[in-house]
Design a protein around this ligand. Structure first.
Ligand SMILES: *Cc1c(COP(=O)(O)O)cnc(C)c1O
Length: 401
């Protein structure tokens, strides 16, 4: 893979004076990765892709034949998926859904709405009745437990704006059973309690806890549960820590009594990061190398306005140097070797930093840095227009490339 990208970088520099600045998405890599994920999933499970991790249309198109459907969290995401397919199942979550979003969800035939509050449920009941549209809902629950794994991003098992507090389930069920409601159908529960969990064992335990909880509620409220959506949150390691072991996770699920006892109930997963992170690259050319107070800095064409993840998480983003021959000037090409270098972007803020004190054997102006693991929550979370630099190019690697 990186060979192909390196070749593409060299071709860019051969044909253009413009410094390299691009996202490269390996669509074939994503597809192969998802095929592999599906192979080990127990038959009761289904895979959705949470498009907020990377809503690039080409990625959605590439995944369409493989995944069961897509998770969306806004009207914009919903319509984007509907541009790609009129009929693929959509699950629609997110706090603060507006009336117009709920109406659109009804019109565009989403498979399930994830209910985030009692008020939202009342609105869905009202709108569905007005429009005479049937809709299935999953109640998103924030568990009252402190036994969930704690990761950098946690949405459940603690006070949070997401989902219904566990103690409101009874009221939600009562609302759905009110006489006037003929259109909104209870289908099950949704949980998404954390993001970037690296531990397969803890994740499997968490899913088992969800299943046990649902079993309790089923009995207490005499519910017919068709779907349990266990969310996403499978982690990607940006340093030397081992990544999430999917085979181990699905192996544990396959052995789990609670999963076997599901019967006809379907267990959904809706990862974002884990599906796309490893198959996106951010390539940026080195524009300047300078020393300041005994510290080396390399300035790239690009920065955190394109790839905000390292600034957002305060981590050093992994990258490789792609050496190139680009040097069109008559004066000496700045070069450093065996140095510790901080990689910064082109923005006028000290926050524009992608990697601090990288140990590099060699770096020259004109070389290109290839930031790996840039497929998820990188471009999409960035402040693209801050300072008005041109956006990066987007390049896709497809089958046969
Ligand atoms: C963001 C989100 C996901 C995807 O999370 P990842 O950590 O990228 O797997 C899934 N479900 C919901 C409800 C989300 O908000």
């Amino acid at each position: 893979m990186s060979r192909q990208i390196e070749r593409w970088i060299h071709e860019w520099q051969d044909r253009s004076d413009e410094p390299v600045c691009a996202y490269v998405y390996d669509l074939e890599g994503i597809r192969n990765h998802v095929r592999k994920m599906l192979e080990s999933m127990p038959e009761q499970t289904r895979l959705f892709y949470a498009i907020k991790a990377n809503p690039d249309k080409r990625i959605i198109e590439a995944l369409l034949p493989l995944v069961k459907g897509f998770e969306v969290a806004s009207i914009g995401e919903l319509l984007l998926v509907r541009e790609v397919s009129e009929s693929v199942p959509i699950v629609f979550g997110g706090p603060g859904k507006k009336d117009i979003e709920l109406e659109t969800a009804l019109e565009k035939n989403v498979a399930y709405i994830h209910v985030e509050s009692l008020l939202e449920l009342r609105k869905i009941v009202m709108l569905a009745k007005e429009r005479k549209r049937h809709i299935h809902v999953l109640l998103r629950i924030n568990l009252r437990t402190n036994t969930l794994p704690q990761t950098k991003i946690a949405m459940g098992g603690r006070p949070s704006p997401f989902g219904l507090d566990e103690s409101f389930i009874e009221e939600a069920i009562a609302l759905l059973r009110e006489e006037g409601n003929h259109y909104v159908h209870f289908a099950g529960f949704h949980f998404h309690s954390l993001s970037n969990n690296l531990q397969a064992e803890l994740h499997a335990e968490m899913v088992e806890l969800y299943l046990r909880k649902v079993e309790e509620w089923k009995r207490s409220y005499e519910l017919d549960v068709q779907v349990i959506n266990a969310g996403g949150g499978f982690g990607v390691s940006y340093d030397d820590t081992p990544g999430f072991n999917w085979q181990r996770f699905t192996g544990l699920l396959a052995e789990s009594e609670a999963v076997r006892a599901l019967g006809g109930t379907r267990l959904f997963f809706e990862p974002g990061r884990f599906i796309v992170a490893d198959h996106g690259y951010y390539a940026a050319e080195v524009i300047d190398i300078k020393q300041s107070h005994d510290q080396w800095f390399a300035v790239i064409r690009g920065g955190t306005h394109h790839n905000r993840l390292p600034a957002s998480w305060g981590h050093n983003h992994p990258f490789r140097v792609v050496p190139t021959d680009r040097w069109p000037y008559s004066f000496a090409r700045p070069e450093i070797s065996h140095a510790s270098v901080t990689i910064v972007g082109e923005l006028c803020t000290p926050k524009d930093r992608l990697h601090t004190d990288a140990q590099l054997e060699s770096l020259r102006v004109g070389d290109v840095l290839l930031f790996e693991k840039s497929g998820a929550y990188c471009w999409t979370i960035s402040h693209h227009d801050f300072l008005g630099h041109p956006h990066p190019k987007f390049h896709y690697i497809t089958e046969g490339d």
